[in-house]
Design a protein around this ligand. Structure first.
Ligand code: DAH
Length: 344
């Protein structure tokens, strides 16, 4: 192998391994520059005899052309690769952004806060109480003694709980009403509270029944509170929650802890009272139970029922957005399906 053959194979092998333009330039200087072996060889041709010069000159020139064209080709390839890489980094400022998925409050929480804010504005304080409750508060203090048929109004999850004095009936509260005696035991009148919270019923589940749901309880006790205060307060709540053009209707109902007891309905905002599917063709939609606190309930917590009177009310929380937005199944609230939850 002649020195030029060796040079050629070495140069081409190195060239093939080159990955960037800086290395390529170094390669060019080394193999084709002024001080390169090839340039030196070409310069030295002058000192050779004519015959030798012809043969050696032709080979050296051929090699020079080969290295130069290989260099150009490699340069092109590397430049194209560089451009392609640059294009990858480049981004299109006209593309739509990727939306950030923010968390949000559950519709039940939103509704509880909205109801709480309305009653806060009317002078009520928001308080909470235990979900595991004594029979004493859930029933007895509310004028529902053991064996009273009114207990059948609430299908109950009972639990076994043993104290030193024996077994005391505990349960998952069936309504938020036990917070009425709990609050009154701890406070002297005037009392104005609303109590949001979870309640439980031993019930088969369907589109309008869940074994777990939420209520907001309300209680106002003071000297001189009348049924007119109940009606005015709850009518104002309905206007703020369902719209200022709502009409309200109060009818007698029975709850053991109030006397008289009432059921409040508002006129149907879909059909404006004419009758439709939402209101079951009646033109009215029931939204809560209420009444004047029963003297027995006041006396049990040591309030003088000759001096103090009060009103109480209780409403289902899920029912409110169901009515407002036409949600047809209460189970949506507990299914954790994001397609449902993202709408609120
Ligand atoms: N606790 C009742 C229920 O769950 C609702 C209720 C009715 C609460 C009348 C009240 C009331 O405070 O006065 O069915």
């Amino acid at each position: 192998m002649s020195p030029l053959d060796e040079l050629q194979s070495k140069a081409l092998a190195e060239l093939a391994a080159i990955a960037d333009l800086k290395e390529l330039e170094a390669w060019r200087v080394f193999y084709l520059g002024k001080k390169s072996q090839l340039t030196q060889t070409l310069r030295g041709l002058a000192s050779l005899s004519v015959d030798d010069r012809r043969q050696a000159g032709a080979q050296a020139n051929q090699l020079k052309l080969l290295l130069e064209s290989s260099f150009e080709e490699k340069k092109k390839t590397l430049q194209q690769a560089q451009l392609a890489a640059a294009r990858q980094e480049y981004f299109d400022v006209t593309l739509a952004g990727r939306p950030l998925t923010l968390g949000r409050l559950h519709p039940v929480t939103q509704t509880i806060r909205e109801i709480g804010a309305i009653f806060s504005g009317l002078g009520f304080q928001v308080v909470e109480g235990p979900e595991v409750e004594w029979d004493r508060y859930n029933f007895e203090a509310l004028n529902i003694p053991p064996g009273h048929p009114a207990r059948d109004m609430w299908s109950t999850f009972w639990m076994d709980y043993k104290t030193e004095s024996g077994q005391t009936p505990m349960l998952l509260r069936t309504h938020t009403s036990p917070m009425q005696p709990r609050v009154m035991e701890k406070t002297k009148p005037p009392v104005r509270v609303v109590v949001p919270g979870k309640v439980y019923r031993y019930e088969a589940t369907d589109a309008t029944h869940e074994s777990q749901f939420h209520q907001v309880e309300g209680l106002a006790v003071d000297e001189g509170i009348t049924l007119a205060d109940l009606k005015g307060t709850l009518y104002e709540f309905a206007r703020r929650f369902f719209g200022s053009d709502r009409k309200a209707r109060f009818r007698c109902d029975y709850f053991p802890f109030v006397e008289p007891g009432v059921e409040m309905a508002i006129d149907c905002w879909v059909c404006k009272g004419a009758g439709c599917r939402l209101c079951g063709n009646s033109g009215w939609i029931e939204i809560l139970g209420a009444g004047m606190v029963h003297p027995h309930v006041l006396e049990r917590v040591g309030y003088d029922s000759n001096k103090y009177t009060g009103f109480a009310f209780g409403m289902g929380v899920e029912r409110m957005p169901m009515l407002k937005y036409g949600i047809d199944d209460i189970r949506h609230f507990f299914a954790n399906d994001l397609r449902f939850l993202r709408q609120f």
